[in-house]
Design a protein around this ligand. Structure first.
Ligand SMILES: C[S@@+](CC[C@H](N)C(=O)[O-])C[C@H]1O[C@@H](n2cnc3c(N)ncnc32)[C@H](O)[C@@H]1O
Length: 265
């Protein structure tokens, strides 16, 4: 664990505390205090005792854990859907991907990891305040956006742009839209997505999905083929002694995942 690194401390009940390690600082909670200096230099997965005698597990958060706890400007895509999106959009190492809008940057981060250091993610966002939040979230996890594309992630370009007005990039492998009116982008996608490329749209309501598929069918029958529409359900389980059962609460409907392919016309 290094100075400047983000770590999660987990108590015996599973409650998480998020801290950014800083020499000389300390972290206090109801059952004690721990100085950051005691954590710096430890290995990921270490256990430390607070001054109040409570054992805390110290871990580097996974991307899903990080996303769940990070600052949100807009509604994010939940990790359960992000996992499916990576597979259904077939995001591969070296891929050139365009995403809109960046929102809080949750999907952007997963894309960046999946395209690897030879890949590229361009993310459009029309609201400056959201692109600032996305940038901060991404930089806390990956380091400066300007230095992405080296070790653990693809190159990232954040653009303060309205995707309804056009897409500058060409020959994209994948385009992923998480915004209200994806049908307004189709005319630009037709020019920017390579043949065989995948368009994936994520939308919460069935009316949006209906309008999108009708628009594709009526105006772009020779440019796109609709492949699939899914929604993803994931239910957690609890194990407490002899009680093993599904959790009482679950995230039910979030969004539909709509997948189409660009065809040569
Ligand atoms: C639901 S949020 C995206 C959340 C993001 N996928 C995440 O996981 O954090 C939708 C975002 O799209 C942006 N947006 C809406 N229309 C847009 C457009 N025409 N061009 C660019 N961004 C747009 C909004 O400002 C908002 O930040």
């Amino acid at each position: 664990m290094k100075e400047g690194e983000l770590v999660h401390l987990i108590d015996k009940k599973g409650k998480r505390y998020r801290i950014l390690l800083k020499t000389g600082s300390s972290f206090s909670f109801t059952r004690g205090t721990i100085s950051h200096d005691e954590i710096i230099g430890l290995e990921d997965g270490s256990v430390i005792k607070s001054a109040g005698g409570e054992n805390l597990l110290i871990v580097r958060p996974t991307l899903a854990e990080y996303i769940s706890k990070m600052r949100k400007g807009s509604q994010i895509i939940y990790p359960k859907d992000i996992a499916a999106i990576l597979m259904l959009a077939d995001i591969f190492p070296g891929a050139k991907v365009l995403e809109a809008g960046s929102g809080s940057g949750a999907l952007t981060m997963a894309l960046l990891r999946a395209v690897g250091k030879d890949g590229k993610v361009v993310s459009y966002e029309r609201r400056k305040e959201f692109s600032e939040i996305a940038r901060k979230n991404i930089e806390t996890f990956f380091g400066k956006v300007e230095s992405t594309g080296k070790e653990h992630s693809g190159e990232l370009i954040l653009k303060d742009k309205d995707v309804y007005e056009g897409i500058e990039e060409k020959e994209l492998d994948r385009i992923i839209l998480d915004l209200q009116e994806p049908w307004r982008v189709l005319k630009h996608i037709e020019q920017s997505l390579r043949n065989g490329g995948i368009l994936l749209c994520y939308n919460p309501t069935v009316l949006q999905i209906y309008k999108l598929s009708k628009r594709l069918e009526l105006r772009y029958p020779r440019s796109f083929r609709v492949m699939s529409i899914y929604e993803v359900g994931m239910r957690g389980w609890e194990i407490k002694g002899r009680s093993m059962r599904p959790e009482h609460k679950m995230i039910a409907h979030t969004g539909f995942i709509f997948v189409a392919r660009k065809i040569q016309n």
